[in-house]
Design a protein around this ligand. Structure first.
Ligand code: ALA
Length: 501
């Protein structure tokens, strides 16, 4: 990390504001929009999931401005881990790095589980049968089929399959993926806009009335036959909107990718905030319109029942009856998810790479392939780790953990900007977060509010994960740290398949 400063100085400044916005949009539209929106609407916010998107976007905007200051100040392309290491010391960096594992690794697992849902949908849309419930769900899920037979998940094989495929692609590090990624970004945005325009005519005003879930809403029957009650504070009204925000927050994850391109921006001072906020604003508008149409086409209660899986394709097939659109959406979503998984797996291996270079993780995480120059061992270890979650954990749990990890990193980054302004006021800051400390404080507040609104057991799992991280740090990383040994090694940068130099 410290050392990486030298090796990354050579990046060319080629990106203008428009390219930065496109980069952000490409990294963010995925399972958050196409899967988690329906879950948030069905279980917590109802049609008011549109407001959830605004709350999540506000949290992202505050944190995003803080990210931009770090990104412009520290002369390397990197993640929050790198910023923290340089400015707040090793322990905070470790904590952020450990939280980022939740963001990237579990984010990849969540999207691969969503990929599995849509693959099954595609097979049924083309009458090609389906992968059985048992082999496309985690052991923690069960559902009644049409014949009233109960099925229990065993393992999510399609999720594992797509992860394997993309891990192999990353190991090979083909530069063609940058081109393919560009096409996928275009398809993703096109399909969102098409759904909004075509779906608008199918909105049934009754589905939007009342707009927030009332406290006395009747319970819905889940696919496993049990009842889902809306009486809990976080399952109706404003509490529901807040939990909805924490869930759809997933849809914004990845916008910090823009900040990692700070060194390639032509004019970071002007273009970084435009890139970060521009992609956020455009996505927020698309997300609000999309979720407005989705909850207008189908009643929100459908999304806890039959339409729980592959919800967008379900709504089109069930209420709009436009066969071609359902199929086109499913294909586009499968392609779109693949690009998000790729970015997340790559982001994770980059974070591992930096941590291993600093000595905090074993060297295997930074070993490069002799021919492909990619961190292949790290990619393989990551596949096993992410694959275990994808195969055996429900998508909703993995998704919530991803949101917690990311929100937590946002809180620390916001705090870091505030601390650094006081501890090192004279430092050169090509981009300055406006209104410090107000913006960092608001960022911390909104993100913390979203964290605490997530389900208790998931919060507990995240806490256990973070404590486990501290044990690893104090029992291994601290004593192996290159910084503490005073050893600086100049690493060779791995190939970045999505951003070839
Ligand atoms: N924002 C990305 C998605 O929604 C992670 O899939």
């Amino acid at each position: 990390m410290l050392q990486a400063a030298d090796s990354e100085k050579g990046l060319k400044r080629t990106l203008g504001a428009g390219s930065l916005i496109a980069l952000g949009i490409g990294a963010i539209i995925g399972a958050g929009l196409f899967v988690r929106t329906a879950a948030a609407a069905g279980q917590h916010a109802g049609p008011a999931v549109t407001i959830s998107f605004i709350v999540a976007a506000v949290g992202c905007a505050f944190a995003g401005l803080c990210y931009a200051e770090f990104a412009s100040m520290i002369p390397i392309a990197g993640s929050a881990y790198t910023y923290a290491y340089t400015t707040m010391g090793e322990l905070v960096a470790w904590i952020i790095g450990w939280a980022l594992i939740l963001e990237y690794a579990l984010g990849a697992a969540t999207v691969s589980i969503a990929w599995s849902e849509f693959l099954n949908k595609l097979l049924s849309q083309f009458n090609l049968g389906s992968i059985s419930y048992e082999w496309s769900h985690s052991p923690f899920e069960k559902a009644l089929d049409a014949a009233n037979v109960m099925h229990h998940g065993i393992m999510n094989v399609p999720a594992l399959f797509i992860l394997l495929l993309l891990s192999l692609l990353l190991i090979k590090g083909t530069q063609e993926s940058a081109f393919v990624n560009g096409i996928i970004v275009f398809i993703k945005v096109a399909i969102v806009i098409t759904f909004i325009i075509v779906g608008w005519k199918f909105i049934n005003p009754a589905n939007h009335t009342p707009y927030m879930i009332p406290a006395n809403a009747p319970p819905a029957t889940l696919p496993d036959g049990s009842q889902y009650s809306y009486s809990d504070f976080f399952r109706h009204g404003y509490g529901g909107i807040l939990t909805g925000a924490a869930i759809v927050f997933f849809a914004f994850i990845g916008f910090d990718a823009v900040s990692t391109a700070a060194q390639e921006a032509k004019n970071p001072k002007r273009d970084m905030p435009i890139g970060i906020l521009g992609s956020l604003v455009i996505c927020t508008i698309l997300y609000i319109l999309f979720s407005y149409v989705l909850t207008g086409v189908a009643p929100y209660t459908d999304f806890v029942k039959a339409g729980k899986e592959a919800s967008v394709a379900y709504a089109i097939d069930t209420y709009m009856h436009i066969g071609w659109l359902g199929k086109a959406v499913t294909i586009a979503i499968l392609a779109g998810f693949s690009s998000v998984i790729l970015v997340m797996l790559m982001g994770q291996s980059r974070v591992f790479y930096s941590m291993a270079n600093d000595g905090l993780l074993p060297k295997a995480f930074s070993d490069l392939h002799p021919k492909f120059r990619t961190p292949y061992k790290s990619n393989m270890i990551l596949f096993v780790f992410v694959g275990a979650f994808a195969a055996f954990v429900p998508g909703s749990v993995a998704g919530d953990l991803t949101s917690i990890g990311t929100l937590f990193a946002f809180v620390l980054v916001s705090l870091g900007i505030w601390i650094l302004r006081r501890s090192d006021p004279g430092r050169v800051r090509p981009f300055r977060t406006p209104l410090v400390p107000l913006v960092p404080i608001l960022g911390m507040l909104v993100c913390t509010a979203m964290i605490v609104s997530l389900p208790g057991p998931t919060l507990l799992s995240a806490l256990v994960w973070m404590l486990f991280g501290l044990i690893v740090y104090f029992s291994y990383s601290k004593s192996h740290s290159k910084l503490s040994e005073g050893v600086l090694v100049k690493p060779v940068d791995p190939v970045d398949p999505l951003n070839p130099k």
